[in-house]
Design a protein around this ligand. Structure first.
Ligand code: ZN
Length: 235
């Protein structure tokens, strides 16, 4: 029986929804974030605010929510400076990805998360990867996650589970999942405090949250929110 989890938590809409799901599902939950460049400084601030808001607004979850960890991954900046990865980054950004694409980035995240989970005695790694909205992103695919789960479990001789609650749903359904887990309070928390915008824009408030409104990440979030808002209320 898996009862403890480490959530890969970036401070965005997806990982915040995953965090809520983990808090509803597991007995003890910790969070981990990765610091690997200037662009994410807004995101790193947002994740602390989100954690604080979750604790304040959801007392039923606050007691389960344990330590937050931030790992320094400056090495990713060194890898992504090669011209090869710069070409790849451009291609992936035009296809709707929120950040500079570094091949294998999620593999590295999961490996480090597993090492941390091992030390913290946490059984499940929860990640907001999704095939539905990111079909071109090979290290978000379900097959990759299954292979990682096996590799990490064998390589660390500990039976890890990789839990991917968003794998087969789209952005509209991610909003609906948040509502099912934490009602309008959680939806509003996500709108107000999570960060998705590729450009780090926290000045412009849209109906779906803060962001420039025109980068691929904002477009994806806006489109999902519009579909969710247009749908008849659940139940
Ligand atoms: Zn944006």
């Amino acid at each position: 029986m898996h009862t403890t989890a480490l959530v890969l938590f970036s401070g965005g809409q997806d990982s915040t929804t995953c965090l809520a799901q983990a808090l509803a599902k597991y007995r003890r939950v910790e969070t981990v974030g990765f610091d690997y460049g200037q662009r994410h400084s807004v995101e790193l601030k947002a994740r602390l605010v989100v954690l604080q808001q979750v604790r304040a607004q959801f007392p039923q979850w606050a007691g389960k929510l344990g330590d937050d960890h931030v790992l320094d991954l400056a090495v990713l900046g060194q890898v992504s400076e090669t011209s090869l990865t710069r070409d790849t980054a451009f291609k992936m950004e035009s296809s709707g990805l929120p950040n500079t694409f570094v091949p294998g980035r999620n593999l590295l995240f999961l490996t480090l998360a597993a090492a941390l989970a091992y030390r913290r005695d946490l059984q499940v790694l929860v990640t907001g990867v999704c095939e539905t909205d990111f079909s071109g992103y090979p290290d978000c695919r379900d097959d990759t996650m299954k292979a990682m789960q096996l590799a990490l479990s064998l390589g660390m001789d500990k039976r890890f589970l990789i839990d991917t609650p968003l794998m087969w749903i789209d952005k509209a359904a991610t909003w609906s999942m948040a509502e099912a887990l934490g009602g309008q309070a959680l939806v509003q928390l996500i709108i107000e405090h999570t960060h998705t915008c590729y450009l780090g824009d926290r000045e412009h408030r849209q109906d779906w949250g803060y962001g420039c409104g025109s980068c691929p990440a904002c477009e994806l979030r806006a489109r999902g929110y519009a579909a969710y808002a247009a749908a008849p209320p659940a139940g």
